[in-house]
Design a protein around this ligand. Structure first.
Ligand code: HBI
Ligand code: FE
Length: 293
């Protein structure tokens, strides 16, 4: 979560937006986008939900180079009434929610350097735009994102932003979906990462558990490595319906009296798709410990 007391840096508007300045991207930056795009476009077709591929096509995101937000927003506006606006980096929670509640998706404008192709900590334009924007062309997902923004503003009044943020994390960022032909990816944190796009579906290490609002609200998450548990939704329509029909106030009260669940724990009532071996996380932890001595 992001500090609430911060103010926008010089050059940013009161709502934290900045001009994209598309004409300032260098040839090398456009080629970095192309390299990332081509790799994911090759890997994803059988792995990602069809709604994602549909969004890429509808928004004409397969044109070469870093997308210009002006044209991207025009197409997105026609599809679902969303826009993409540039921000300097992470923005405070309330400003973030305010943008989503008004169907504006905030995106970083910088792109990772060539030597950071496979890993970087903070979200760049490839994560934000390639990862998040295609699904915003889907009506149910678009409404779900707006509902999340509205819910975020209300959660703040209950002191429950961290609980709600877990729902965002385990759906919008790292969600899986149960499809006729098996599990598919839809989380932006997965689909913008080559290695996690393979790990999240194929690796025996992580748990894959049916999505449940209360369960997810209690579950911690990792920001430093692949997830140890992924949650599986049935469809965007179901996710949207459940979010709109649930009264979150009593849920926040219940969750407040329950303990947090660890990133790898299995709880009573879980509907388990895969019980993970956690071999990846265990090996990683052992390697980190060796390194320290
Ligand atoms: N700001 N730019 C940006 N992008 C995010 O994904 C983001 C943010 N601020 C807050 C935030 N996410 C989350 O912590 C909220 O879901 C709570
Ligand atoms: Fe993201």
């Amino acid at each position: 979560m992001v500090n609430v007391f911060e103010t926008p840096p010089p050059g940013a508007a009161a709502d934290w937006t900045i001009p994209q300045q598309w004409e300032r991207y260098t040839e090398e930056e456009h080629r970095t986008w192309d390299a990332l795009f081509e790799r994911q476009a090759r890997l994803l077709p059988d792995r990602v939900v069809p709604e994602f591929m549909e969004g890429l096509r509808m928004l004409k995101m397969d044109e070469r180079g870093i997308p210009n937000f002006e044209y991207l927003s025009e197409r997105l506006m026609k599809a679902t009434g969303w826009q993409v606006v540039a921000v300097p980096g992470l923005v405070p929670d309330r400003d973030f929610f305010e943008h989503l509640a008004n169907r504006r998706f905030v995106s970083g404008r910088f792109i990772r350097r060539k030597d950071q192709i496979d890993y970087l900590q903070e979200p760049d334009i490839f994560h934000d735009v390639f990862g998040h924007v295609p699904l915003l062309a889907n009506p149910a997902f678009a409404d779900y994102m707006q509902a999340y923004g509205e819910g975020g503003l209300r959660a703040d009044d209950f002191g429950a932003i961290d609980r709600l943020a877990r729902i965002y994390w385990y759906t919008v960022e790292f969600g899986l979906m149960q499809h006729r032909e098996g599990l598919k990816l839809f989380g932006a944190g997965i689909v913008s990462s080559y290695s996690e796009s393979v790990f999240a579906l194929d690796d025996p290490s992580p748990n894959r558990i049916a999505f449940d609002l209360k369960r997810v609200m209690r579950t911690k998450y990792r920001i430093d490595d692949f997830q140890q548990t992924y949650f599986v939704v049935d469809s965007f329509e179901d996710l949207l319906r459940e979010t709109l029909e649930t009264d979150f106030a009593p849920l926040y009260r219940q969750v407040a009296s329950l303990s947090d669940l660890e990133v790898d724990s299995v709880a009573t009532g879980d509907q388990i798709f895969t019980l993970g071996t956690q071999a990846y996380a265990t090996a990683k932890r052992a390697a980190d410990e060796t390194e320290r001595y």
